[in-house]
Design a binder for this molecule. Structure first.
Ligand code: BGC
Length: 750
């Protein structure tokens, strides 16, 4: 593959020539990204004062006036070509636009939601999934994905927990790098790939109260040790873009924050790509009470290190020419930003070939190999939370199965939030997956029971197919509930699919409760009371309050929002065609009152009483981080370190034996946790520092081996205000989850 990189002399010279020929206005145009909405036929309103009907006209006028750096929200290849032509012909230098889009978990083929992908703890599957997403996106003419979302989320009230990899920086960093590789391929600009745009730099997940867009105050150790590592990993993996966050970080908006965008991102991490703002976040510098007006906002954003403004309407960057004229922004700063944007275009080959092949796009979107990747991803991301009496796997010859609940046959919910270009016709629900798997010999009865909630739950993205109250007229909820219970009573097994409507989670979808919404618990209780063995399937992107279910329902399988092939994959799992192998990427609290709750916390006093800090509830989680059962059992033994005393910068080899002690093959996910006993700063009680996925036949044993090198022991310390590697004594555990108790120690003081 040839690297279309601008590091070649020719490439750089071409950009120099363009810069020399462009006016300041044209340069400002290159730094602007326009939302281009053609709304589906719905009555939903735009989340912005922009007049929905006027918006495309305004943007097209701007394009014809002099081009644009980028456009977002178009996915139709013919439309992309039409707009690209307007852009190319609208500016005298013929510079095409980058087309960007929220390709979060697939474009047409929808993968499980990102938190589910992280729950696979399977970096290859994650990389392959995003490579499929990239291939479909690039085929339709999209050059750049606003993904991956790398926000560490430790408060499940925050709806965007679903978009990231959970609470842990180590897992988060590995998942980040895998996603960047999947999106971008081996080299930035690779064919069939797109630019990755890790977001949202940084700390967005720590919004107070889990309320989206709320204030974020993070100490330096929290930032460096927890929130920044996934971004550092994405930059190290070569991400070509980064998106700045909406909120203020420690008193300075992320989008106007020179420390974040320049000192950390460029100077410390060596990021060479371009930085885009979140939607309208430049103008929001005024809303924050930070910038005086849009002109001031534009100047402060670009001076802080931002290159491109994502603008819903009336870009603040329209003021850049006057800012250059007044000296508020130097020409060198403007040119540096434009150069980065042009470099991205050149790397993608757009300067020579800006259009997309529409016929090929249709072909790529139909590729059956993509569906297979989605199916495997859904199989690997499901987490078995309980399986009392070995109810799973079900016997495919079970004479009758009742498939119940409001999410059992909802295609729209099966694919989850943050999808726009999906095809519901090819989406397989749990009910359909089960029916396809068992055929006519098994009686499969379905009843919805109740809706998820009775009232409309308005979401930011309802215009792209949100949920509405089901059958508002003529739906007799009481009768439907009774019908569901009757169906359960008649069946040999009940499979109940509960959770949240897909639009109750995601952006601007925080919840103040983790309970199953509506009357779903009542439905579950009635089905269990009918006496039929029950499997609870959860569709969710955040942990829910499962205290009752964890005690009374024999089997609980978290399938998340499993994507286009979700129902097929769920059937594969239910009937034992594949073994469940996902593990939780977050701590699962018992109740909302416990949040935030993370396994990597610190202790100060009465360590023996850690589980008893609330008078009304245990202060332990319902399920620990890293937890997930198999349909077999695993035992861990023989933990050993190759030496107990090592130099401060030495590497310790940790080994342990994992044995499949059950009667079926299964996948173990051995995890290594580490703790530094003393030093210049308090360290968490334990932190994940290694994991593997290991397939073991019944009765089989294998040795797992982890290298614990100095990089895994480095941490950011307030005392040094930098990363330190300290001589200390370290505890190490290897086991099935964050409660692993097989322990050893080593000493780095010698
Ligand atoms: C979100 C971003 C997203 C952008 C464009 C914003 O509201 O915060 O994550 O990429 O919209 O859709």
């Amino acid at each position: 593959m040839t690297d279309p990189s601008t590091t070649t002399a020719d490439g750089a010279a071409r950009i120099d020539a363009l810069l020399a020929a462009m006016t300041v206005e044209q340069k400002a145009g290159q730094l602007t990204q326009y939302f281009y909405f053609v709304l589906p036929d719905t009555d939903a309103a735009l989340p912005d004062p922009t007049d929905a009907a006027e918006q495309p006209r305004q943007v097209e006028a701007a394009l014809a006036r002099g081009g644009a750096g980028s456009l977002l929200f178009v996915t139709d290849p013919a439309e992309i070509n039409r707009l690209q032509r307007l852009v190319v012909e609208g500016n005298p230098h013929g510079i095409p636009a980058l087309f960007g889009f929220d390709v979060i978990h697939g474009l047409r083929t929808i993968l499980p939601v990102p938190i589910a992908m992280a729950a696979s703890w399977d970096l290859e599957t994650i990389e392959r999934g995003q490579a499929v997403a990239a291939r479909e996106a690039r085929a339709v003419g999209i050059h750049w994905a606003f993904a991956p979302n790398l926000d560490i989320a430790r408060d499940p009230r925050w709806g965007r927990i679903i978009e990231g990899a959970g609470e842990d920086p180590f897992l988060g960093a590995l998942v980040a790098a895998a996603q960047v590789r999947g999106f971008q391929g081996d080299v930035l600009g690779a064919p069939e790939h797109v630019i990755a745009g890790p977001k949202h730099l940084a700390g967005y997940g720590a919004a107070l109260g889990g309320r989206d867009y709320d204030e974020v105050d993070l100490s330096e150790p929290q930032l460096w040790n927890v929130y920044l590592p996934p971004f550092a990993a994405a930059v190290a993996a070569g991400a070509g873009n980064v998106m700045s966050a909406y909120m203020g970080l420690n008193g300075v908006p992320a989008t106007g924050n020179p420390w974040l965008l320049t000192e950390v991102l460029r100077e410390r991490w060596g990021f060479g790509g371009f930085v885009v703002s979140d939607a309208n976040a430049v103008k929001s510098l005024v809303t924050h009470g930070f910038a005086e007006d849009a002109a001031d906002a534009a100047a402060r954003a670009i001076n802080a290190g931002l290159d491109m403004e994502m603008a819903i309407a009336e870009p603040a960057f329209d003021h850049l020419p006057e800012a250059v004229a007044s000296g508020a922004v130097s020409e060198a700063t403007l040119d540096a930003a434009v150069r980065r944007v042009l470099e991205a275009k050149q790397r993608l080959g757009l300067l020579d070939d800006p259009y997309v092949d529409e016929a090929r796009a249709r072909e790529v979107l139909r590729d059956p190999a993509h569906r297979e990747v989605a199916r495997v991803a859904a199989q690997r991301s499901a987490v078995l939370l309980k399986n009392e009496g070995g109810l799973l796997p079900l016997d495919p010859g079970t004479p009758s199965i009742a498939v119940l609940g409001p999410l059992a046959d909802s295609r729209r919910d099966t694919i989850g939030p943050w999808v726009f270009d999906f095809d519901l016709d090819e989406t397989v629900t749990v009910l359909e997956g089960i029916r396809n798997r068992v055929g006519d010999a098994v009686r499969v009865e379905h009843a919805r029971g109740i809706p998820v909630v009775q009232r409309e739950f308005p979401s930011l993205f309802d215009m792209f197919g949100g949920n509405r109250p089901e059958d508002p007229e003529g739906f007799d909820e009481q009768a439907e509930l009774a019908r569901a219970v009757e169906a359960a009573r008649r069946a040999d097994v009940a499979v109940v699919v509960l959770g949240e409507w897909q639009n109750m989670i995601g952006e601007n979808a925080s919840r103040s409760s983790l309970e199953l919404p509506g009357r779903q618990l009542e439905l579950l209780q009635a089905v269990v009371a009918a006496g039929t063995p029950t499997v609870l399937l959860l569709m969710n992107g955040r942990p829910l309050d499962l205290r009752w279910a964890a005690e009374h329902v024999p089997t609980i399988l978290d399938v998340w929002y499993p994507g286009t092939q979700g129902g097929t994959a769920v059937a594969d799992l239910l009937f034992g065609d594949v073994a469940p192998s996902g593990r939780l990427p977050f701590t699962w609290p018992r109740t909302v009152g416990q949040v935030p709750m993370v396994y990597a916390h610190a202790i100060s006093h009465e360590p023996q009483n850690q589980g008893r800090r609330y008078w009304d509830e245990a202060s332990t989680p319902l399920f620990p981080f890293g937890f997930g059962l198999a349909t077999t059992t695993f035992a861990y033994s023989d933990l050993a370190v190759d030496r107990v005393s090592v130099p401060v910068d030495g590497t310790v080899i940790v080994t342990a034996t994992v044995t499949n002690t059950g009667e079926r093959a299964g996948i173990a996910v051995p995890q290594l946790y580490l703790h530094q006993r003393f030093g210049s700063a308090i360290r968490p009680v334990r932190e994940l520092k290694g994991f593997q996925r290991l397939e073991l036949a019944a009765g089989e044993s294998a040795e797992v081996r982890f290298e614990v090198g100095p990089d895994l022991r480095r941490h950011w310390s307030t005392a040094a205000r930098d990363a330190v590697l300290e001589a200390s004594v370290f505890d190490v555990w290897v086991g099935a989850d964050a409660t692993a108790d097989l322990a050893a120690t080593f000493d780095t003081r010698g």
